[in-house]
Design a protein. Structure first.
Length: 249
C-alpha cells in the first residue's frame, strides 16, 4: 500500500480537488493522510463534511494541536503511515491520474527504493504552461547538491529499502531538499522517471523575493546542514544557480 502524506494549511481552495485527484488514481491500493497544521480557514470543516458525505476508509484527517510548519507536519503523516510506500502530495499541486501506477511499475522495473519524476509548471489554476522540468535517470548525493530537481510531489519511497528514519524531514528551510540529501548521503541513489506525472502550481507573486529566499535557503543547507567547506559550497551553488535559472526560462 502507498501512504500519501498531504500537509494541510489554509488549503480550503484546493483540498476537495486534491482528494478527488487521489481517488481518481488508476492505482487503488493507497491511503491518504491529511495532516492539518492548525489551518486558520475552513480546511478541516471542508474535509470533515466531505468524508461524511463520501465515506472512504482510505482517507484520514489528523488535526494537530500546534502549528509547526511543513516538515513536522509531513513527519506526523510519515509516523501515522501504514503502507510500505510513502508518497508526498501538497494540497495545491496536481497529479496525473496514472502517477502512482507509472511510478510503482518503474520502481519495480528498476528495483529502486527512491524514485521521482518529471513535472510541468502550471499557472495559479494548475493549467500546464508547457515548461517541463526533465529529470536525470540516476541522481546520487554529489549530483543532487548542485541540482534541486527532485520535486516533493513526485517522490515515491519504499520503506523496506530506505529506512524510515531517513525519510523523516529535518525542521530546516527547504526541508524537502535536506531530506533527499540525507537519504542520498547515506549511500542510496534516486531513480528519475523522465515522464511528466505532476503539475507544480505557481501563483503569480514576487519572483525576485522568491529567488532571494531560495538563495538564502540553499546556502544555509550547504553550510549549516551539510556542513560543506566554503569552496565546496561555492562550487555546488554555481551549479545550482545555473540549473535553477535554466529550469525557469
Amino acid at each position: 500500500m502507498i501512504s500519501i502524506v498531504t500537509p494541510v494549511y489554509n488549503a480550503q481552495s484546493f483540498i476537495c480537488q486534491t482528494i478527488e485527484m487521489v481517488k481518481a488514481q488508476s492505482y487503488k491500493d493507497w491511503e491518504l493522510i491529511l495532516v492539518d497544521d492548525c489551518s486558520k480557514d475552513n480546511s478541516c470543516e471542508i474535509i470533515e463534511n466531505y468524508l461524511k458525505e463520501q465515506s472512504d476508509e482510505r482517507i484520514r484527517l489528523i488535526k494537530k494541536e500546534k502549528n509547526e510548519g511543513a516538515a513536522l507536519t509531513r513527519n506526523r503523516g510519515i509516523k501515522e503511515a501504514r503502507g510500505r510506500y510513502i508518497a508526498f502530495l501538497d494540497a495545491d499541486d496536481v497529479w496525473l491520474s496514472h502517477k502512482l501506477q507509472s511510478q510503482m511499475e518503474y520502481m519495480e522495473k528498476e528495483k529502486a527504493g527512491f524514485v521521482f519524476s518529471a513535472y510541468e509548471f502550471g499557472d495559479e489554476d494548475a493549467v500546464g504552461t508547457g515548461r517541463i522540468v526533465h529529470v536525470p535517470e540516476v541522481l546520487n548525493y554529489k549530483q543532487a547538491l548542485s541540482r534541486t530537481v527532485i520535486f516533493t510531489t513526485t517522490v515515491l519511497l519504499d520503506t523496506e529499502k530506505i529506512p524510515k528514519e531517513l525519510i523523516y524531514m529535518p525542521n530546516v528551510p527547504s526541508e524537502d531538499s535536506a531530506t533527499w540529501w540525507q537519504i542520498l548521503r547515506a549511500g542510496y541513489v534516486a531513480k528519475g522517471l523522465d515522464e511528466v506525472l505532476a503539475i507544480y502550481r505557481r501563483p503569480a507573486k514576487s519572483l525576485s523575493s522568491n529567488k532571494l529566499k531560495a538563495i538564502q535557503r540553499i546556502w544555509y543547507l550547504y553550510r549549516k546542514v551539510e556542513k560543506l567547506s566554503l569552496p565546496a559550497s561555492c562550487i555546488a551553488f554555481v551549479g545550482w544557480a545555473y540549473r535553477a535559472t535554466v529550469r525557469r526560462l
